[in-house]
Design a protein around this ligand. Sequence first.
Ligand SMILES: [Zn+2]
Length: 415
Amino acid sequence: MRAYERFLNYITYDTQSDESSETCPSTAKQKDLGALLVKELKEIGAENVFMDEFGYIYATVPASEGAEKAPVLCFCSHMDTAQEMPGKVTNARIINNYDGSDIVLNEAEGIVTDVKSFPQLSECIGDDLIVTDGTTLLGADDKAGIAAIMCAAEAWISDNRASVRNPKLAHPEIRILFTPDEEIGRGPDHADMKKVNAAYGFTVDGTGVDHLQYECFQAAAGYVKIHGTSVHPGSSFGIMKNAALLAMEFQSMLPVYENPAATKDRMGFFHLTGMTGTVDNAEMYYILRDHDRSILEHRKDVFRKIAELMNLKYGENTVTAEITDSYPNMIEYILPKYPFLLDAAREAIREAGYEPKETPVRGGTDGARFSEMGMPCPNLSVGGYYCHGAHEFASIQKMDSVVTIIEGTAARLAK
Ligand SMILES: [Zn+2]
């Protein structure tokens, strides 16, 4: 079966996750797709296939002949879809041999994927594209990743012995991991790394076809609490400390251009995500981001020093600034000890006919958390574009290429 054939079935399952839920998976319906994946994995002959109470799917593909001693390699994708739009797709349509023009998704609603706004369409001229009618997202993020891993697993198992003759299908022992709740930042929360028991892995969760991502933000969260002194404004000379005004003063002391709207590429930022304030007290919530750990540490220092300075000015304990680390830049876990993982993926991407794109992610990935949990985990593409919205589309041919890239990567790690 080709990846898109599996994919077209997976996207009919509603697997939208829900941030407001406290259960895992956050929505029980994710387990419906999970049950299908368990059934399919068993059908293709994977071993130790099961879904645990949290909705995580684990499966094993034994090593090909001669690769039994190579370290276990994991491929991971997530089952849930983003909260921005409904994710149950019953209206997918295939555009054969895409000609490079704007795509009318929905004539009645006037929803058009135009080339000007979505320039990556031009990467897919001549491909067969899968689109929606514009009322849902497509769910290539990340069901295209799941479909590609399933196809690779099927090829490995059906040709387990033939891989001696066909080195392209050689592979170490493979662990498959499908997680719920990635879109709400909880993908790795209940992943049992003892059950995964892999030396390293790849998430298959990136846009396009040729991306190799192993660098993400180094992330921290900042919380500022300001204790004011409220007095009747008519008699507050020299006494009042207006917490709301002090909150504005705190923000004004941060570097003016170091915010998300004024930074790109490798520039980090302070991002005020929310605030409340009265005369009596004020609170501010920030996220701090940088690719470079030392710059992020400097950023944290600046944050704390502003509080210190304001306390000198307004009195001890007027301002408290707390910082907690959120997630690391996975490059720290990958590059020093596992550069061969990246070489394997690069060669596989080139063999599939593309030049690897290696740009740092301006965000986090599940792979960052997996890397921190002991499984170094770069990210590969899925063959989909413009996820999280109505204009998400996938290329059938690029999805096939992703299968080839997964197989090629595994073959290079089979020694
Ligand atoms: Zn994703």
